[in-house]
Design a protein around this ligand. Sequence first.
Ligand SMILES: [Zn+2]
Length: 308
Amino acid sequence: MYKITDWLEKHRVSAKTIQDIIVLSRAGFPAVTSYSATRSSATENLAVEISCFEQSYHKIVVPALEHAFKNQEGISTICADIQFHRSSRASQTRPCTIDNGKNTPPTIVMDWEGTPGNLICLAHETAHALQIILSNHALMPPIARETCAFLGELFLIDYARHRDANLYEQLRQVWDWENETYLATYRNELTLALNDQQTPYHYNLNYPIARLAAMELFRSEGSNWLNKLFSSGANAMKFLPLKAMAGKTMPGGQCGAPVDIYRSVGTIVLLHINNEDYYMNDNIGSYQDRLNQLVKNSFEHHHHGPIQ
Ligand SMILES: [Zn+2]
């Protein structure tokens, strides 16, 4: 049976690193709700009917990914080759992307009803397909694979933010709503699993760290890392900033208060994607106080057992 210890080993990451990231994320690092304070500045809209799958894919999802990859040659060609299999809702197949092997494009299996949630899902799965092809079909460890897919979602939302205020608002709501599952629910499961590392592995345990890593990467400078990550296959973990994310914990600290608080605050202010925008007007001292309180509260409310 595949256990948490195997999962950690496969990702070459320590339980401590994952636990530190979890503690910090409960305290709001990286800023989880992400978009709530960010209004769209778009004055026009994309005039795309999202009930239409073809329009959604070719006029929103593919351009969003191309844009993120700085119009790098080949991205649109790769996307044009991806195959689709539309599952019926009744089949209850979880959306997935199937690697059909070298020289054959991957197949995305998903239901389509033209909802904003479907659009997010399409961006997620397309990013998986892209990562498979750019990695030349070398299998990525699951946390890295899902990080790529969540980045696809963020690229879509950001693309809409600058081009279609209405669509952006709908996508942002899906993102926030899905944080409840991908972060809150699965993060609690992951916390419990790390406390007993003989717990059987479940794929859902990959999502919280992947979602946090995607948010951290999304707000990082430049874009050189993007192609490297998507192309990295089995080596993908070295492109995720997990150590840096966990390193915001005070050495030996009880509660994981960020040590580089100045940089964190700077990042939040710079990117304007934290919903708790009152932080921006605060001096560092009171911010630190509130953060300590947040960390304490998050323990009281969510803590299920001893975290090393
Ligand atoms: Zn996925």
